[in-house]
Ligand binder design. Structure first.
Ligand SMILES: C[S@@+](CC[C@H](N)C(=O)[O-])C[C@H]1O[C@@H](n2cnc3c(N)ncnc32)[C@H](O)[C@@H]1O
Length: 262
């Protein structure tokens, strides 16, 4: 059976120069298994794309934005960064004093939002070179530095480079769990930022639930709170994006003060 027979026109969308269509016989797909087919205006052939194959998505200018932001209504870079901005307004801290380490920076959408609220210094980190290449291509100048590294296995050179940026705030958006950033990479980045410092991140709501979490984040966040290593200043449940079936996928955005290292 050709892959295209599993599609319905109801779920076919055109965003900018892309035609996107989503499988309907895929009820049991978890978020990291979701896929679609894409055809660029003027092309005849559909190309299958697994959402988590970021290197393929980033290579095509505008595809990440069209698929996740316009079609599936992702709003997380805006929501997380504006929650941070909101908290800072109630605190004697100025956004102009932030030096951000953006973990899982991708093609720079979080960096762009951080610039929009006035953050003066931002360093991005991502594990795949395609993310940095897409950032330089589509959002040049958004990051002061961009490091390609696996945060689970950071070498001394890259650790020094990140330390030199002297970050006092960690952001990580749409990057925790699901085979992306694991707990040890989060802890590595957490320990690179100043104490006291700031954290602003989002995470799928199930990953904060001990009964459902298999990523370790539920335990880690609870431990950080119980040991007073972090003080949560904002917690907001919201729709991160729609699934390929149009269902809301709920995440939690959190802003916390880092009080001690791990
Ligand atoms: C869904 S994208 C989110 C990109 C961006 N933060 C945004 O909100 O648009 C997740 C990113 O995390 C990166 N990533 C996954 N594992 C990583 C790791 N161990 N260290 C650094 N980056 C990682 C991926 O390459 C990908 O670019």
């Amino acid at each position: 059976m050709p892959a295209t027979s599993a599609f319905t026109h109801r779920l076919t969308d055109q965003v900018a120069q892309f035609h996107l269509r989503f499988p309907i016989e895929s009820d049991d797909l978890d978020q990291d298994e979701e896929w679609c087919e894409v055809r660029t205006e003027g092309e005849r052939a559909w190309k299958r794309l697994r959402f988590h194959d970021y290197y393929e998505v980033y290579r095509v200018p505008g595809l990440y934005e069209a698929l996740f932001y316009q079609c599936l209504k992702c709003c997380s870079p805006y929501r997380v960064v504006h929650l941070l901005d909101d908290v800072l307004r109630d605190d004697p801290h100025n956004v102009e004093d932030l030096r951000v380490l953006d973990l899982g920076a991708g093609n720079g959408m979080v960096g762009q939002e951080l610039r929009n609220i006035g953050v003066p210094r931002i360093v991005g980190v991502d594990i795949i070179p395609e993310a940095m290449e897409a950032t330089f291509r589509d959002r040049p100048g958004v990051y002061d530095d961009y490091v390609i590294a696996d945060m689970t296995d950071l070498d001394e050179g890259n650790r020094e480079r990140l330390r030199d940026a002297d970050p006092n705030c960690l952001t990580t958006v749409a990057a925790l769990g699901y085979g992306d950033v694991p707990t040890d990479a989060f802890v590595e980045a957490y320990n690179l930022i100043d104490t006291p410092g700031w954290l602003a991140f989002n995470i799928k709501e199930n990953f904060l639930d001990d009964m459902e979490d298999h990523t370790g984040f539920a335990g880690l966040i609870r431990r950080l709170m119980r040991q007073r290593r972090i003080e949560v200043q904002a917690y907001r449940r919201y729709c991160h994006r729609l699934s390929i079936h149009g269902e809301p996928l709920f995440y939690v955005a959190m802003v916390a003060r880092k009080l001690k290292g791990v």
